[in-house]
Design a protein around this ligand. Sequence first.
Ligand SMILES: CC(C)(COP(=O)(O)OP(=O)(O)OC[C@H]1O[C@@H](n2cnc3c(N)ncnc32)[C@H](O)[C@@H]1OP(=O)(O)O)[C@@H](O)C(=O)NCCC(=O)NCCS
Length: 188
Amino acid sequence: MKGPTLKGKKIILKPLVIRQAENYMRWLKDSEVTKFLSNDFSSLNLKREKEFIKKSNRNKTNLRWAIYTKTGAHIGNTGLHEIDRKKNLKASWGVMIGEKSYWGQGLGTDVLKTVLKYCFGKLKLNRVELGVFKFNPRGIRCYKKCGFKIEGIKKQSVRKNGKFVDEIIMGITKDDYNKLNKKYVRQK
Ligand SMILES: CC(C)(COP(=O)(O)OP(=O)(O)OC[C@H]1O[C@@H](n2cnc3c(N)ncnc32)[C@H](O)[C@@H]1OP(=O)(O)O)[C@@H](O)C(=O)NCCC(=O)NCCS
């Protein structure tokens, strides 16, 4: 499904549109970006990427957004996957800031806080989870700052460049999210 426009403090999340495909292609062909992602993008081309955007906007259990800075630069994408709003009230979350010059400026943290507010507010989920490689300390730090906790490790879960790598599973529940946000309000 197309994600609705969501505004954070530093970023704006907007629906995916076909004209963003060229940026996605560029980022998904950059090994410094893709080394942190679990999918294999080696067979990707512009036509397939455009098809992917169209399909993704029709998919009922996914919500994807393009990430823009407040000054209008398109810097990445983010999405909720396997959204289950009927039984288990959970979803998994993924992100890619493809423009490397924007890494480490708090934008990923703002994206995640914005998506979590939507998950526990509008979507009324009870849990959000994600997978991250242990060689991605920037990602892990960003997720911990937003309240995610490490729940376990899936040993040799993903094959990256011919090698099996471990995937750290992190999650946040609605209870933990609410506790954290009450603390923020008290601190202000
Ligand atoms: C992971 C990602 C979303 C994080 O977003 P970001 O905007 O770069 O991260 P933020 O600036 O919000 O937060 C990063 C935190 O990690 C810290 N950090 C950066 N490099 C670090 C390192 N090598 N070790 C430990 N902490 C590190 C930063 O100092 C910051 O913490 P602080 O605010 O306490 O100082 C983004 O870097 C990205 O998309 N990377 C490429 C693709 C990717 O990794 N996707 C996620 C796959 S799970």
